[in-house]
Write a new protein. Structure first.
Length: 135
């Protein structure tokens, strides 16, 4: 009797945990608060080069070496975004891009706040700006 009660109790938490994960995902279409963030790192050739270096080390596995979304490393079944096209699901301002990388968006695109410094995240933003659409 105790084992079956425990199984029922544990099973009741599984759907709730799944809903919490969905609720934690940022909304598509942009983030008005993040959009207000200003990039404190100047878009210099040195910053772009630093961003490319970090991107190759931390992002290319999923997004591909040229940020086209063709890296194939997404383990949760998602399709990595092409970061060179006009479509930016979570906003296209520097602040929104920074926040997307910092906080993550899904099981495939986890946040990198613990692995990449804020300065290097801004370097990545500058690098993506140099290869992506002009905004």
């Amino acid at each position: 009797m105790r084992v079956s009660s425990l199984v029922v109790l544990l099973a009741s938490f599984i759907p709730a945990a799944g809903l919490a994960d969905v609720a934690a995902q940022p909304p598509k279409g942009g983030n008005p608060v993040a959009a207000q963030l200003k990039n404190p790192v100047a878009k210099t050739p040195e910053s772009i080069a630093a961003g490319r270096k970090v991107f190759q080390r931390m992002c290319a596995r999923c997004h591909g070496p040229n940020a086209k979304g063709d890296g194939g490393g997404a383990g949760g079944g998602g399709i990595p975004s092409d970061l060179t096209d006009e479509v930016w699901d979570h906003g296209s301002t520097d602040g929104e891009i920074f926040t997307t990388i910092h906080d993550g968006t899904s099981i495939d695109m986890e946040g990198y706040a613990e692995q990449i410094t804020d300065t290097d995240l801004w370097h990545i933003v500058n690098y993506l700006r140099s290869i992506g659409p002009r905004k």
